[in-house]
Design a protein around this ligand. Structure first.
Ligand code: NAD
Length: 399
């Protein structure tokens, strides 16, 4: 893939990287790659194909390279620009905070994008899961997730507390651990821009900025202010604010515009349960986004069904929301749907919409025929329980 006129040029036979990952990673990858290959073959009659390039990270990389995250792997993803990734365990005591966070920060994948839609037939704890149709844009590199923190009692923690108490007038107890929450103009605006671009390109009705701006004014509150600034300064002719809708348009947003609004994060966790139909695209800092995406995933069937994309400027790493699921690894029962749907997002990102739609329809048809893996079968009365590999075969047959 190459860059031309600020856009990615995708050849008919692009090299796409994949990382199997730890735990259930290999099981879900083995099922997902053939599904994506079959969809591409069917959609384009053999004129397009993916050339898969295996990369190493996690325990497999430790065996081959002697390190968990080799520079080769990061360089290859940066060069080839698109990768499908299995979950990675954060090795305890390795000195590495999190391989996933390192990948996102090193490659500047500032937007974590998680579409949440309901697939008919999936068991759900809410009455109307079909009303959930949201895309969460979660800032991916800063906030409390930037990993700037010092252990209680350490020299560093004491030094920071001493500086804050003596120079900045705070009264932090000396026995505290300390974390720092940076939120920058640049990354906030990049994230909100990505959310607005997506909303406008896909005819989405609203973008909601979700923050705790009432309490954390200069981080979360600033995120909200910068979000409105981007929307009004750069997209002024394509959006209206919720305030304008009320003050100037009698409560009814113009058909051709997307509404920008904001909600406090705690309220938002109520809103997505009570009024999911009122929300569409969500733009939010890292920590809020983590809570909201898992809560939304639960509404439509749980972590096994939740796909995700980590996007930067012309670079994307696509992965399931769930982790390595060590409790079920190696048993052939893991649900590969989240990685398959992440592959669908990857095909969409490449502009291969026809293949993407085929993947989605095949997953829908398989679940509609009540052939599911254990996680869903346990919650459904008349389902046929399939192994991970059998579920993959069933999806393949439906393409
Ligand atoms: P997890 O998501 O791995 O598992 C939580 C629970 O959900 C487990 O009971 C698991 O069996 C179940 N589950 C998850 N995915 C499933 C699927 N596809 N099908 C059926 N059941 C599924 O979360 P965890 O146990 O908190 O984390 C385990 C490891 O994964 C940790 O080392 C964590 O750091 C890592 N992790 C990695 C990523 C990533 O790579 N992006 C994300 C989250 C967690």
């Amino acid at each position: 893939m190459t860059l031309k006129d600020h856009g990615l040029v995708i050849p008919d036979d692009p090299v796409i990287c994949y990382i199997e990952g730890d735990g259930v990673g290999r099981e879900i990858t083995e099922v997902t790659l053939p599904v994506l290959d079959r969809a591409v073959e069917q959609a384009y009659g053999g004129t397009r194909r993916i050339v898969w390039l295996k990369l190493y990270a996690g325990k497999e990389a430790m065996n081959v390279y002697g390190e968990y995250l080799p520079a080769d792997t990061l360089e290859a993803v940066a060069y080839y620009r698109v990768a499908l990734k299995g979950p990675l365990e954060t090795p305890m005591g390795s000195g590495i905070r999190s391989l996933n966070v390192t990948i996102r920060q090193t490659l500047n994948l500032y937007a974590c994008v998680r579409p949440v839609t309901y697939i008919s037939g999936v068991p759900s704890p809410v009455k109307h899961p079909e009303m959930v149709n949201m895309v969460v844009f979660r800032e991916n590199t800063e906030d409390l997730y930037a990993g700037i923190e010092w252990k209680q009692g350490s020299r560093e923690a004491l030094k920071v507390i001493d500086f804050l108490n003596t120079e900045m007038g705070t009264r932090i107890s000396l026995d505290s651990g300390v974390g720092v929450k940076p939120i920058s103009v640049k990354r906030t605006k990049a994230l909100v821009r990505a959310a607005l671009d997506y909303a406008l390109a896909n005819g989405r009705k609203s973008v909601t900025l979700v923050t705790k701006g009432n309490i954390m004014k200069f981080t979360e509150g600033a995120f909200r202010a910068w979000g409105y600034e981007v929307a009004q300064q750069e997209y002024g002719d394509k959006i209206v604010t919720e305030k304008d809708v009320l003050d100037k348009f009698g409560g009814q947003a113009p058909e051709d515009k997307s509404t920008v609004k904001d909600r406090l994060a705690d309220n938002m966790l109520q809103q997505i349960l009570l009024y999911p139909e009122q929300y569409d695209v969500i733009a939010t800092p890292n920590l809020n986004g983590d809570y909201i995406s898992d809560a939304l995933a639960a509404q439509v069937g749980g972590l096994g069904m939740a796909p995700g994309a980590n996007l930067g400027d012309h670079i994307g790493v696509f992965e399931a929301t769930h982790g390595t699921a060590p409790d079920i690894a190696g048993q052939g029962i893991v649900d590969p749907t989240a990685l398959i749907l992440s592959g669908e997002l990857m095909l969409e990102y490449m502009g291969w919409q026809e293949a993407a739609r085929m993947v989605h329809k095949a997953v829908q048809a398989t679940i509609a025929s009540r052939q599911v893996t254990k996680d869903l079968a346990l919650q459904m009365d008349d389902a046929k329980e399939l192994s991970t590999a059998e579920f993959g075969q069933a999806v393949l047959k439906n393409i």
